[in-house]
Design a protein around this ligand. Sequence first.
Ligand code: HAM
Length: 420
Amino acid sequence: MSTFKAPKGTYDLLPPDSATYLAVREAIAAPLRGSGYGYIETPGFESVELFARGVGESTDIVTKEMYAFETKGGDRLALRPEGTASVLRAALEANLHKAGNLPVKLWYSGSYYRYERPQKGRYRHFSQVGAEAIGAEDPALDAELIILADQAYRSLGLRNFRILLNSLGDKECRPVYREALQTFLRGLDLDEDTLRRAEINPLRVLDDKREAVQKQLGDAPLLRDYLCDACKAYHEEVRELVTAAGVVFEDDPKLVRGLDYYTRTTFEFVHDGLGSQSAVGGGGRYDGLSEMIGGPALPSVGWALGVDRTVLALEAEGVELELPATTSVFAVPLGDEARRVLFAKVTEMRKNGVAADFAYGGKGLKAAMKAANRSGARYALILGERDIEQGVVQLKDLESGEQTAVGMNEIVAELESRLG
Ligand code: HAM
């Protein structure tokens, strides 16, 4: 123990568990890479204003959860609470949308920061893999993203997740709905804060988790009944395309997301084994975001899947990923001369693509063999003085326990062929 601990709401990823996180990131990224999405990386912090305008001035993320600070140079920056605004900012800045190839499809993986009340599944530092398809209004693109997320979860072996789908309308029909909802909310018995929220952002009230509020929302008008013809037709086509792909979803007319930039298609992936923090991922269309941050009209759609919660979902379902052992061969030298010879062999093996490790620190045979077993390696290579004289090395199969002497000059080729 040192004097210091990981900050509240954060945790360290350590071996062997960290291997699962890498595998989850990889499993989410794989279907994106195979579908024309290019990798993008943006800074961990951005101008506060980008998130205020993009995510929304009245959202919890911006008002309560942002790690915002002023730099020594007087800039107002914030650790990124999400990826969409940054990715769109970067795409606009680099004029990717002008290269004549829309949509611009990008994927990313990284750390995000929200000053939330920590609990299981809710952290102040967490990790997402996300995808954004910028500059096209096409229901097939919305469908593609939903299908790829489903594919990613399934490739990990997850089964107990559900896809919730909704449409939030567009700038034609949403204002009409907003007003109808406001009129309805004004007639309810709500506390002052909630009434204020109803004036600023009435849709957010639908998302209020308190029972006293939910009880009164039974007869609230639904956006579904206010969608304009264009939004209705668009949504219907997304639903048909997703269904045709064999992906099952549930219509959730009350689904509102915690970020203000959404229009039309919105969706969330929830896992039933996670308790209150059940959203393992979410996303949707954000046709107005580009203009909100000073860009041209660029209808876009995307999602982000939470890596931390996906790992919790795997645990909840008892899924153990098949992770290949990282070390194939563990070298055990007995004595100084053996150490020099075997260390050179290990270097040679590594150059030939055989994952190898070495018993460092002058361990005796017993301790070194223990380390070999713990490493997960399939083979141990043991070299003693007599072996050196005979020009051989002992190759021990750690699964069967079988041991054979192999010529020093043949050992690398022998291991390469055995490990396939
Ligand atoms: P979000 O729903 O805020 O959406 O976050 C996406 C996912 O990140 C959540 O479903 C959850 O798994 C994970 N997550 C969020 N906050 C936390 C937390 N405090 N602790 C652990 N995991 C968390 C977005 O961020 C949008 N940018 C998604 C998007 C992309 N929409 C369009 N494109």
